[in-house]
Unconditional design. Structure first.
Length: 291
């Protein structure tokens, strides 16, 4: 959600924090020190409560309004962030990005980053909105259509953290690529860390079906990746590029996989689920014509 190098003006969700650029565990008041490492622990009696974010001014395909929520214990963790964004890159938000104000919950499914935000409610239930209750959930594989999914919506938890991921955009699927004098091609695009386990620490690319992997060069848009254990880029995506050997011929494939600071790595593939929610198998492009 947050691109490296962007500098959004921020409204800070927790007033005790000293601003977006200066937030940190040291700043948090004692009752919010996160000694708990799991969002499900209930040291503060917050379990069962949710922060609902809503927009009533824009309709959606499935409803007259839009809303999403996150569990309150997760929202209250001092090592989490929430931005109420008013601008991006020193410009007011555009209407498409949620003007006049939108939430950004980094690490968490974009569905909860409500645009055109008009209310924040702390309640003993998750958001009743369609997109909280009937979408953005990883259903078991036997839910294959609307009918077979029906019995699961009420029992499967809503998606919060997104998993570590990467994608290849160049070359594009089906394109012709030319090898350099060393028999290599340039491969590029982006990677994201899992939940709050950022930053991305490594991306690898393979041109031989995963036999050998080449480390990509990571680009965080000039942000400092060393300071405070990578805090400045913890939530950021990163761009990457690599040169990887590829045999000449048709139907060639490239793969990518990202690792984050929490030790998470993309699996080769994930179990199928309806709508492919949170799919994070290897990034790939197929059908390359290598000359
Ligand atoms: N009000 C409102 N906010 C919304 C949505 C919406 O339909 N209405 N879609 C959500 C979803 S599902 C996503 S993925 C992100 C997309 O944000 P973007 O348009 O800035 O990429 O907005 C979220 N916020
Ligand atoms: Mo979405």
């Amino acid at each position: 959600m947050l691109a490296a190098g962007l500098s959004p003006e921020v409204g800070v969700y927790d007033e005790d924090r000293k601003g977006f650029g200066d937030r940190g565990g040291e700043e948090a008041p004692p009752n919010q020190q996160s000694t708990d490492t799991t969002p499900t622990s209930d040291a503060h009696g917050l379990k069962g409560w949710h922060v609902q974010l809503s927009c009533h001014t824009q309709t959606t395909q499935a409803s007259t309004w839009y809303g999403g929520s996150v569990p309150l214990p997760l929202a209250m963790r001092s090592d989490r962030d929430c931005i109420l964004a008013l601008s991006m890159n020193d410009q007011p938000l555009t209407p498409a990005h949620g003007y006049p104000v939108r939430a950004i919950l980094p690490g968490i499914a974009g569905a909860r980053s409500v645009k055109w935000l008009d209310s924040i409610t702390v309640a003993s239930a998750e958001s009743p909105n369609f997109y909280q209750k009937h979408d953005y959930k990883i259903l078991p594989p036997d839910a294959t259509d609307a009918e077979s999914a029906e019995k699961y919506w009420g029992v499967v938890e809503g998606l919060n953290d997104m998993p570590v991921n990467s994608a290849i955009a160049f070359p594009g699927q089906g394109e012709q690529v030319e090898r350099d004098a060393d028999g290599k091609v340039e491969v590029r695009r982006y990677a994201l860390p899992g939940g709050d386990h950022g930053p991305v620490v490594r991306v690898q690319v393979s041109g031989d079906e995963g036999e050998r992997w080449v480390d990509a060069e990571l680009d965080f848009g000039g942000l400092d990746t060393e300071k405070d254990g990578g805090r400045e880029v913890k939530w950021a995506w990163c761009l990457w590029k690599a040169k990887v050997g590829l045999e000449k011929g048709d139907g060639k494939r490239l793969l990518s996989r990202a690792y984050d600071q929490g030790g998470n790595v993309q699996p080769e593939r994930c179990e199928w689920n309806l709508r492919g929610v949170a799919y994070n198998g290897y990034g790939e492009v197929r059908d390359l014509h290598v000359v």
